[in-house]
Design a protein around this ligand. Structure first.
Ligand code: FES
Ligand SMILES: [Fe+2]
Length: 357
């Protein structure tokens, strides 16, 4: 039975309907900056890596002129997905009919092209998308006319610097890729954006960080949403949360990039939530550490982080199973404890209603 009064939150249909995802692809993932990987994967000319901007496949390449460029990772001929994984190339050759592109995206050769007078390869090139970096972090934006990444990051660089994180000196540690989540990407985002559930669902995390409303701070600034939590004493098998990083910081850069800094030794994890369908999402997290971060500390910290991730998977997949049947219109949010979700939903609604530039 549907409720008589529509809640002032996003309709649950938006978490299920493929037509909404198509609109999100165009107006959200097609227009905003998204984290795709760390610059260490692209350190020399010819190095490439692949990623996704929402559902759009992306290829990022370091050119012979040392410039980073990003393209739609799709052959202009017949739509073949050009590259997979990462590596190093002199040229980008499509495995289907061997059209070969230069590292700047221009089509260099196509078999038989010269003997077919009706075909002109000049002017054909891979579709370019915007790419930019912040420290070791690489972001793309399918909208080549978007504002620079720096403007979009707002206060985020200062917030991290104030927390004691120097992004320039961070060292890449590992990428953790998880199995697909059986939920809409916005369910993952909203679960990230509140710690109302932490005391109940993450008992170990709640021993490392003070998640009580009096200690745990929430803040929004443009496209950045921030949660800050001081450390607790740890113990009981939880990693040591004391150290130069005095407080945990959990940032969310709209629409889909999560950035975590736990209290203790220097650490940062960053990664996107990527829709692979209206009701499936993939995630990865790139973990970075400081030069002095201790191996034993890191192992304890990663153990906790993995446990928290597994606990969150159960939550988000169960929300999707709850909402997909359509019995209710939308959620009911706590105005203070869940204010970051309200902010996120407002940004989603605004982006979807905008025809764009
Ligand atoms: S689809 Fe790429 S060469 Fe034909
Ligand atoms: Fe959680």
């Amino acid at each position: 039975m549907r409720t008589a009064v529509a809640p002032a939150t996003l309709p649950y249909e938006w978490y299920v309907d493929p037509a909404v995802l198509r609109l999100e692809q165009e107006r959200i993932f097609g227009r905003f900056w998204q984290y795709v990987g760390h610059v260490g994967r692209l350190s020399e000319p010819g190095a490439f890596t692949t990623a996704r901007a929402g559902e759009l496949p992306i290829l990022i390449v370091r050119g012979r002129d040392d410039e980073l460029r990003a393209f739609v990772n799709v052959c202009r001929h017949r739509g073949f997905l050009l590259c997979e994984g990462d590596g190093r190339r002199e040229t980008i050759q499509c495995p289907y009919h061997a059209w070969t592109y230069d590292l700047d995206g221009s089509l260099r050769s196509a078999p038989r092209a010269d003997s077919e007078p009706g075909f002109d390869r000049k002017g054909i090139s891979l579709a370019q998308v915007a790419v930019d970096t912040w420290g070791p972090f690489v972001f793309v934006n399918p909208d080549v006319h978007a504002d620079p990444l720096r403007d979009y990051l707002g206060s985020l660089p200062e917030l991290l610097a104030a927390a004691g994180i120097d992004v320039e000196t961070l060292r890449f540690h590992l990428r953790a890729e998880s199995e697909p989540y059986a939920c809409n990407w916005k369910v993952c985002a909203e679960n990230f954006l509140e710690c109302y559930h932490c005391a109940i669902a993450h008992p170990s995390l709640a021993r490392a960080i003070d998640v009580s409303p009096s200690a745990y701070e929430l803040e929004t600034d443009g496209f950045v949403s921030t949660q800050v939590g001081p450390p607790r004493n740890g113990g009981d098998g939880v990693y040591d949360a004391t150290g130069p990083i005095a407080r945990g910081q959990f940032h969310f850069l709209f629409p889909s990039t999560a950035i975590n800094v736990m209290p203790g030794q220097a650490n940062l994890s960053i990664g996107p939530m990527i829709p692979t369908g209206a009701e499936t999402t993939v995630r990865f997290l790139d973990y970075f550490v400081g030069a002095d971060t201790d191996d034993a500390w890191l192992a304890d910290f990663l153990y906790l982080d993995e446990r928290v991730g597994a606990e969150d998977r159960v939550l988000v997949e169960r929300v999707q199973r709850g909402i997909r049947g359509g019995g209710l219109e939308g959620s009911l949010l706590l105005p203070d404890s869940e204010q970051l979700i309200a902010h996120f939903q407002a940004l989603v609604a605004e982006a979807l209603s905008s025809d764009g530039p």
